[in-house]
Design a binder for this molecule. Structure first.
Ligand code: GAR
Length: 202
């Protein structure tokens, strides 16, 4: 697999930062694509001189046209691997047609529990004692793709959204670069829903 990594972001970009700081992933990130301007994630990319691009849905008549614009930007850029890291938008078939098996997403819960935009809030509201992080290969569903890495995070009695989200982010910052590296190195093997990672030199 080629080595150009594109990261899609919508907000703060702490997961992007973890990827930028990773000795393997950082130098391979060649594009940061956002769905809105003036977000912290874009500043993080600017700070290290990584190319950025903003493609806003409001510039397109419908979702398909937006998906096409995102896809062609990624293709034009020569992206080999796509990572959605806090990208708060569901992309469609066009992206998947090109990047199926080469597109990772990180989610703040133990999927299939609490998919969607509010994984941390929903887990807290449900009263679970354990939640966590899932890094998965994107398929056509909402947070339904084959799980590459997953790790549990205990929910404490006194947790609020901020405290729990903080501990979940710490785990994401560890898992996501590992999964991206394994994918780029061709060490991620998928059979149906079952993913195995063969060992690398790390
Ligand atoms: C992360 O916790 C990520 O898993 C979550 O948003 C946060 C973004 O943080 N994504 C989703 O909930 C997607 N459904 P960041 O911008 O600091 O990386």
């Amino acid at each position: 697999m080629g080595e150009r990594i594109a990261v899609l972001v919508s907000g703060n970009g702490t997961n992007l930062q973890a990827l930028l700081d990773d000795a393997f992933c950082g130098p391979r990130i060649s594009l940061v694509l956002a769905d809105r301007p003036a977000i912290r994630a874009l500043e993080r990319a600017d700070a290290v001189g990584v190319e950025t691009l903003v493609i806003e849905p409001s510039g397109y008549p419908d979702r398909d046209a937006f998906d096409e614009a995102v896809t062609s930007a990624l293709v034009r850029h020569g992206a080999d691997v796509v990572v959605t890291a806090g990208y708060m938008r569901l992309l469609g078939r066009a992206v998947l047609d090109v990047f199926d098996g080469r597109w990772l997403n990180t989610h703040p819960s133990l999927l299939p529990s609490f998919p969607g935009m509010h994984g941390v809030r929903d887990a807290l509201a449900h009263g679970v004692k354990v939640t966590g992080v899932s890094v998965f290969l994107v398929d056509e569903g909402m947070d339904t793709g084959p799980i590459v890495l997953q790790e549990a995070v205990d929910v404490r009695a006194d947790d609020d959204w901020h405290s729990l989200e903080g501990r979940i982010l710490e785990v994401e910052h560890r898992l996501l670069p590992r999964a991206v590296r394994a994918l780029v190195e061709g060490r991620v093997h998928v059979e149906g829903r079952h993913v195995t990672i063969t060992e690398g030199n790390r």
